[in-house]
Design a protein around this ligand. Structure first.
Ligand SMILES: *Cc1c(COP(=O)(O)O)cnc(C)c1O
Length: 388
């Protein structure tokens, strides 16, 4: 079967795909349908936290799959109980709502903030959410409305009202928007992923905290990409002096299965009441068993390893020929290159290394457990391609 032709014929044309059909993998090593091998520095966009077909993860998932695959939220299950407890104990958050994707986790965060404000003011007067320019929060209508990038909006209007956008380079604009609008929350990524792997400055984060305090706003941290060890801390906000009221996550949490989680802190832990929000698949026992395995393995030793690998990449590529600068944290890095990112990506792919892009940058999101040997090999090829 010609996989590419069949998919191009029958799958909606919403993606620009690389001409590569992947069939199997182990850890950071992937194979295509011609038997070629690749070192994966993309992890399925920060999803495969422990790479492909990780043994422990497969064992946890298949054991649950063979026991009970789904019950709905009409009943209780142990994997869901254990995962919610672990998320709360490791973050200090109070409650978790489970869904199936990053967009849904953010949808829940937005609903939680609006309901919190409604319960406080008795009406919809404080429904506005401040988000950031260049952000990415998802593809559903609400999360697309929250996304501060015009090009994602093209031909999809009208959008959900109640979003205003602040420039992360301008703390004053943030303050002005909070003063001019009746708001309930500020929503942000600590490292803007799709926006080009741009971390927020300490100064901006400090002002966000001050503005939230002054105007009584919730801080919603979108950790869909930055979460679950990716930045070298369990959640990206832990790199800052910051305690968000709501944290959404997905991607790497499931290690390759679809799961989203929205964590609620003490200011809004009681916002949802029976029937007020829901998801048929949310908290699915198989996805929770996978996530429980992933999360329980991201301990201090693993986080230190992630930071060491990050240091290795940064020190090897900083100042290298063709590299303008490197941004990001942990194993979420962006390389601004002299060659167009697309050419570097293509060159790497032809030599057996998979990297992706973010705006004008080459983006690296390797599996957290990539071996140093694999990383050294991949980075040396990347370095040569950057230098061309
Ligand atoms: C990927 C991403 C989303 C959307 O997640 P989906 O699972 O594709 O819905 C939302 N926010 C951020 C920061 C992301 O990186």
């Amino acid at each position: 079967m010609d996989i590419k032709t069949t998919m191009d014929t029958y799958v909606a044309a919403s993606y620009g795909r690389f001409p590569l059909s992947l069939v199997s993998g182990k850890g950071a090593c992937l194979q295509d349908d011609c038997g070629n091998e690749y070192i994966d520095l993309g992890s399925g966009i920060a999803v495969n936290s422990f790479g492909a077909s990780d043994e422990q993860w497969v064992a946890a998932v298949t054991a649950q799959l063979a026991t009970l695959q789904h019950v709905s939220n009409l009943y209780y299950t142990e994997p869901c109980a254990k995962l919610a407890e672990l998320l709360c104990t490791r973050t200090g958050m109070k409650k978790v709502f489970f869904s199936n994707s990053g967009a849904e986790a953010n949808e829940c965060a937005i609903k939680a903030a609006r309901r919190w404000a409604f319960q406080k003011y008795g009406d919809e007067s404080h429904a506005t959410v401040i988000t950031l320019k260049n952000s990415f929060h998802g593809r559903t209508m609400a999360t697309l409305s929250a996304t501060g990038q015009d090009h994602f909006h093209t031909e999809f209007g009208p959008f959900l009202p109640g979003f205003v956008y602040a420039d992360p380079a301008s703390p004053d604009e943030l303050e002005r928007l909070a003063a001019e609008n009746a708001c309930c929350a500020i929503m942000f990524e600590v490292v803007q992923g799709e926006g080009g792997v741009n971390p927020l400055s300490e100064e901006f984060v400090a002002r966000m905290k001050a503005v939230a305090e002054k105007y009584d706003l919730l801080l919603i941290c979108d950790e869909v990409q930055t979460g679950n060890g990716r930045t070298g801390q369990l959640y990206g906000y832990m790199n800052y002096d910051l305690s968000p009221d709501i944290v959404s996550t997905a991607k790497g949490l499931g290690g390759g299965l679809p799961i989203g989680a929205t964590m609620l802190g003490e200011r809004c832990e009681k916002v949802f009441t029976p029937g007020s929000h829901g998801s048929t698949f949310g908290g699915n026992p198989v996805c929770c068993a996978g996530a429980l395995n992933v999360l329980s393995r991201i301990d201090d030793a693993m986080l230190a390893e992630i930071r060491a690998k990050s240091e290795y990449i940064i020190s090897t590529l900083t100042g290298a020929k063709g590299v303008k600068f490197i941004s990001g944290m942990g194993l979420m890095l962006g390389i601004e290159s002299e060659r167009p990112a697309g050419d570097v990506i293509k060159g790497c792919m032809e030599r057996g290394v998979l990297v992706i892009s973010a705006k004008t940058k080459v983006r690296l999101l390797p599996p957290l457990n990539i071996t140093m040997q694999q990383l050294e090999k991949a980075v040396s090829i990347l370095k040569e391609e950057l230098a061309k």
